[in-house]
Design a binder for this molecule. Structure first.
Ligand code: ADP
Length: 157
């Protein structure tokens, strides 16, 4: 059976931490689908279109990585597209506490959907989309925290 993993997240914006995780996961899975979760109750800094466009650009040379978006439960989305794994990253103990519950729920409602966790490499464990958004809002340069194809400065000009 083909090993298809969904990497779900808000990616508002996608960071070098996310990128490192996906690159390390590429040899593990036959296909990885980076899926931007859309929650209509949540306010995002960047539009869905913008986030998808950046992701398409970052992964244009990676044939086993696809970009998509979904609404509703991640487990239902995985079932719909035939994905049998979820990919998530762990940076610290609070990520672990949160992810543990979510992965147990997904295993239950996703009929055995397994979550594969990669522990973030030390160079990336302090990077989060939240921190990147704070730097942007404060007028700082985030070039070193986001992949090369993501030109956030242009947006603010
Ligand atoms: P969510 O909205 O679900 O929190 P995020 O876009 O913040 O989504 O993150 C998606 C996934 O990427 C999560 O599993 C998160 O733990 C992981 N992640 C985020 N930043 C890093 C990082 N710096 N290193 C490794 N994993 C990360």
């Amino acid at each position: 059976m083909k090993k298809i993993a969904v990497f779900p997240g808000s990616f508002d914006p996608f960071t070098t931490g996310h990128l490192d995780l996906v690159k390390r996961a590429i040899p593990i899975f036959d296909q990885i689908i980076i899926a931007v979760g859309v929650n209509s109750n949540k306010k995002y800094l960047f539009s869905l279109e913008q986030r998808l466009e950046w992701l398409e650009d970052v992964f244009k040379d990676h044939p086993t990585v696809d970009i998509d978006h979904f609404e509703g439960l991640t487990a239902h989305y995985c079932k719909k597209i035939g994905a049998n794994y979820l990919l998530r990253g762990l940076r610290n103990a609070s990520d672990f506490d949160y992810e543990k519950t979510i992965s147990q729920l997904n295993e239950q409602i996703g009929d055995g959907l397994e979550t594969v966790f990669l522990i973030s490499r030390p160079a990336y464990s302090h990077i989060s989309s939240t921190i990147v958004r704070e730097i942007i809002k404060g007028g700082g340069d985030v070039a070193e925290f986001v992949p090369e194809g993501i030109k956030i400065k242009d947006l603010n000009e």
